[in-house]
Design a binder for this molecule. Structure first.
Ligand SMILES: Cc1cc2nc3c(=O)[nH]c(=O)nc-3n(C[C@H](O)[C@H](O)[C@H](O)COP(=O)(O)O)c2cc1C
Length: 370
């Protein structure tokens, strides 16, 4: 008995191994639960006022009939009825299955594209697959995105797509999160090569996405030169994974790093400026309402994605509240289009925007002619 107690205290030893439980997946599930918990906690205090520096020009002579407005869009040939996307969040455990199911019902009802969270957990443990597959079950004909990390193998990428019969594959870039996460990856060598191999071998379009730290035009250029045709800039100003990982670290939180990243409008302007004519850009990171969607499109995006805020509304107020909220976003987008004289998203993309404040300075400092 004494011997056994001693053994349990050995550093790194976990008795769950003895019961045949895969510890890495067990820890991953715990981490995924914590991400939801801390994202909800942080969301309450978020301002999501990223787009305050951007004004969409009013059109006093609008000739738009609201009933005829067309908000359909396309991402490298992938037809979307609506430019609002439910971005990658979760999967891999019981509560995640419920969340994905509710999000999929809403996506199906409103014709939204939807991404699942990282499928690594289900690639390692097929018992977790149903928490992702539920998205296809509730939305059999909708547009669904699979999701993996940039270190995934080609084989895993193909399996992730097959698992949910995905229409496209998101590969997420999340180096700051991994770096700050105690148990996270610290070696990013080979990322680009890996992405190239996946793009060459999967049969669906690949979307490279950031998770809230943004993309600079230099990296967007490299991605496009390597065959990427859809980019989700995932800018800073919304869900902040350094802040989330800091909450998970009980001691030695790295508070000084919490402002890291490229703010969403700045990242969007950079990336559209450099590669907007060669790739379709999704704007995400800190979006709040339909006006933000309209501004994103006017700045050159083809679609706009939401994550943390949708999760917060779903879990705090319920599925009906989220459904109503997204309907409101769509209405705000359409009203904004009518007020700027745009009857479709192509016309909205041509409407002038005024860029002020910090975003103006950013763009100027980066040598971009406004
Ligand atoms: C709880 C939570 C979990 C997330 N998990 C993933 C993930 O597994 N894969 C991924 O690509 N992005 C993930 N994200 C990032 C989002 O897709 C999105 O890029 C980011 O949250 C920024 O958008 P937001 O400010 O609207 O939340 C997650 C976000 C949240 C809130």
């Amino acid at each position: 008995m004494i011997k056994k107690k001693k053994m349990m205290r050995i550093r790194g030893f976990n008795p769950l191994f003895l019961r045949g439980i895969d510890m890495s997946n067990y820890l991953r599930k715990t981490r995924k639960r914590e991400h939801i918990k801390y994202s909800l906690l942080l969301e309450k205090k978020l301002h999501r006022n990223n787009f305050n520096d951007i004004t969409l020009l009013h059109n006093c002579l609008t000739q738009v009939n609201i009933d005829e407005i067309d908000i359909s869009t396309d991402l490298n040939g992938l037809k979307l009825k609506n430019p609002i996307i439910i971005n990658a969040m979760t999967g891999g455990f019981y509560e995640a299955k419920i969340i994905n199911g509710e999000l999929a019902k809403i996506a199906s009802r409103l014709g939204l594209a939807m991404a699942v969270g990282s499928q690594k957990i289900a690639l390692d443990d097929p018992l977790c697959a149903s928490s992702f597959q539920i998205v296809r079950k509730y939305n059999p004909d909708g547009i669904v995105f699979a999701n993996i990390g940039s270190d995934a193998s080609v084989d895993d990428a193909i399996k992730a797509v097959e698992m949910i019969k995905a229409d496209a594959l998101q590969i997420h870039l999340n180096a700051p999160q991994e770096i700050v996460m105690r148990e996270g990856r610290k070696n990013f060598k080979g990322t680009l090569h890996n992405i190239k191999e996946i793009v060459k071998n999967v049969k669906v379009p690949v979307i490279i996405k950031e998770v809230g730290f943004g993309m600079a035009m230099e990296e967007a250029e490299i991605l496009v030169q390597n065959g990427i045709k859809i980019i989700d800039i995932g800018g800073a100003g919304g869900t902040n994974f350094i802040a989330i990982e800091n909450k998970r670290r009980s001691t030695k939180a790295l508070m000084s790093l919490q402002d890291w990243g490229i703010p969403t409008p700045a990242s969007l302007i950079e990336v559209v400026y450099r590669v907007g004519n060669r790739a379709d850009i999704i704007c995400s990171g800190g979006l709040k309402n339909g006006l933000d969607v309209a501004k994103s499109i006017a700045l050159g995006a083809k679609a706009a994605a939401f994550a943390g805020l949708f999760l917060y509304i779903l879990l705090k107020r319920g599925p009906l509240a989220l459904l109503r909220y997204i309907i409101r976003i769509k209405r705000e987008l359409m009203f904004t289009m009518a007020m700027s004289g745009a009857k479709n998203l192509t016309e909205l993309r041509k409407r002038p925007v005024i860029i002020e404040g910090k975003t103006y300075n950013w763009v100027k400092n980066r040598g971009i002619s406004i």
